[in-house]
Design a protein around this ligand. Structure first.
Ligand code: ADP
Length: 291
């Protein structure tokens, strides 16, 4: 269990990136959802021991993450938002080198580990290729391979699917799903569908604060019977301001509105089945009361 309590961080420029953040994260896939600037990367970097908070604590089982950095680093794999590779190295060479840096000194053990990870991430056939020629999806899978070196118990992946095409994203989802069966995987993202596909628990962050920690299925359940849809003409936008609007989307040139209401908001509205996107916007727009 990873337990984060009352974490605060204000950068020298005065931005408070973490505002009393508390979370309890169990084994499995955990989604950290929030818009750009919410504080997700700041939290990820803090858990990965790359920066210290101003106050608060993080514990992983018996380990105090903030003071016992070496202990936690040996249990941690991290795929940062910006993951640079040496473009002239092959996947196999760089993974071998990174394994050595992780302290896997035994040559045979290292070779086995590299072979297995290339296999798991579906990169075996590309192992001799230079990383500079890898596609976005291949680079991300290589990023996961290096995050998995030395069997980590916590894996942190920061915005991993941004920039991937749909097929690459599916592959990456499958890979994360496989990994998340045995360890704690924290997936930070602004893409709601990443979380709805993968995670059994999640938190929504905005402006440095955790708005809610809840399972996606429970969050959706709570919205049942409260999400209404209506199609408006594009030019009718003004009259929509009287509703608690969750989202408005253009569909075939018309405006499809999702509104939150305990009862029928108005003529012409129909009850709709809520999804995680409705949950996300309901919290981000403070339509649902935050804890
Ligand atoms: P997210 O990952 O959710 O996009 P970040 O943690 O990157 O959010 O950023 C949270 C806030 O902190 C933003 O306003 C960002 O501009 C600011 N910020 C992030 N890193 C730094 C830094 N090193 N120095 C100053 N401000 C920063």
């Amino acid at each position: 269990m990873l337990e984060i309590s009352n974490l605060n961080k204000t950068y020298p420029n005065g931005v408070q990136a973490l505002n009393n953040v508390s979370l309890k994260i169990d084994k499995g896939m955990f989604g950290l959802l929030g818009p750009n600037g919410a504080g997700k990367s700041s939290l990820m970097r803090t858990i990965a021991t790359l920066q210290d908070p101003d106050s608060g604590t993080i514990n992983f089982n018996e380990i105090d993450v903030i003071t016992q950095k070496e202990q936690i680093r040996s249990l941690l794999g991290y795929l940062p938002q910006e993951f640079g590779v040496y473009p002239t190295s092959s996947a196999e060479e760089l993974l071998n080198h990174l394994a050595l840096l992780k302290g896997i000194a035994d040559g045979k053990e290292r070779k086995n580990m590299v072979t297995n990870l290339l296999e798991l991430t579906n990169l075996s056939i590309h192992k001799k290729k230079k990383l500079g020629g890898f596609s976005g999806g291949m680079k991300q899978r290589f990023g996961i391979a290096q995050a998995l070196l030395a069997n980590p118990q916590i894996i942190i992946v920061d915005e991993p699917t941004a920039g991937l095409d749909p097929e690459e994203r599916d592959r990456f989802h499958n890979l994360l799903c496989q990994i998340g069966e045995n360890v704690t995987v924290i997936l930070s993202t602004h893409i709601v569908s990443d979380v709805s596909v993968l995670c059994k628990d999640m938190a929504i962050m905005d402006n440095g604060r955790v708005l809610v920690q809840i399972s996606p299925s429970m969050a959706i359940e709570k919205l049942k019977g409260k999400i209404w849809k209506k199609i408006f003409d594009k030019n009718d936008c003004q009259q929509t301001s009287k509703y608690k609007i969750i989202s408005s989307r253009l569909i075939h040139g018309k405006l499809m509105l999702h509104a939150y209401s305990e009862s029928l908001p108005d003529n012409g509205f129909e009850l709709d089945v809520p999804d995680l996107e409705d949950v996300y916007f309901a919290y981000i727009k403070k339509i649902i009361e935050v804890r």
